[in-house]
Design a protein around this ligand. Structure first.
Ligand SMILES: C[S@@+](CC[C@H](N)C(=O)[O-])C[C@H]1O[C@@H](n2cnc3c(N)ncnc32)[C@H](O)[C@@H]1O
Length: 191
């Protein structure tokens, strides 16, 4: 895919990530999936990202929401320096970068139409909080599920546990996509 069609805000966040040596940003295919799913959130939709990092995932989400002003995007980051740097980008006014620990904050946030679970909290631990925060018909995206990228047995066990939990959760209809960094997409059944 040509860099020329990467949205400007994404390019800015990528540049900033590189400048600060932040290597955990989502890969391009994950970003494009986020943009596509964000574009489909219903009117008044709420989008949540767990783990802002350098802002790359949030920029992809926003790119899919171009021309919408009826939505909100909330992205949580526990590292105050990363959050402060991410706030510097030219986000639309409906984007909020919040310093917070996912597992403490999630129970208070209500429900979301799209959640990108990309932090330790709410994914490797506290996954149930994330699933509970999904609106019926809401969609969950979980990144970094490619087992072959984890040299440590302990990490591979965590990935396997999270995958099995998502695939067997009766509230979800899930698919495991062996592309890019390894992506799981799960939709929450209607109540
Ligand atoms: C994989 S990076 C996020 C990348 C970003 N989502 C993107 O797509 O570019 C994970 C981030 O989650 C943050 N994080 C880890 N555990 C967290 C927690 N419990 N609460 C909030 N942020 C957390 C880390 O500081 C790190 O910046």
């Amino acid at each position: 895919m040509a860099m020329s069609d990467v949205p400007g805000l994404v390019l800015e966040t990528l540049k900033s990530a590189e400048a600060r040596g932040f290597k955990l940003s989502c890969e391009e295919m994950v970003g494009r999936l986020l943009a596509a799913l964000a574009s489909a959130v219903p009117p008044g939709g709420r989008v949540l990202e767990l783990g802002t990092g350098a802002g790359v995932g949030a920029a992809w989400l926003v790119s899919g929401l171009e021309h919408r002003s009826d939505v909100t995007v909330l992205t949580l980051e526990r590292d105050p320096e990363l959050a402060a740097a991410a706030r510097e980008f030219a986000w639309p006014e409906w984007v909020e970068v919040r310093v917070a620990d996912v597992e403490k904050e999630l129970p208070e946030l209500g429900r979301f139409d799209l959640i990108f679970a990309d932090a330790e909290g709410g994914k490797w631990s506290g996954l149930d909080l994330t699933v509970s925060a999904l609106q019926p018909s809401g969609v969950l995206v979980v990144d970094d599920m490619d087992l072959s990228r984890y040299p440590s047995i302990k990490h591979r066990e965590s990935v396997t546990r999270v995958r099995d939990t998502i695939l067997s959760d009766p509230r979800l209809v899930a698919v495991d996509l062996p592309v890019s960094s390894g992506i799981m997409v799960a939709a929450k059944r209607r109540d």
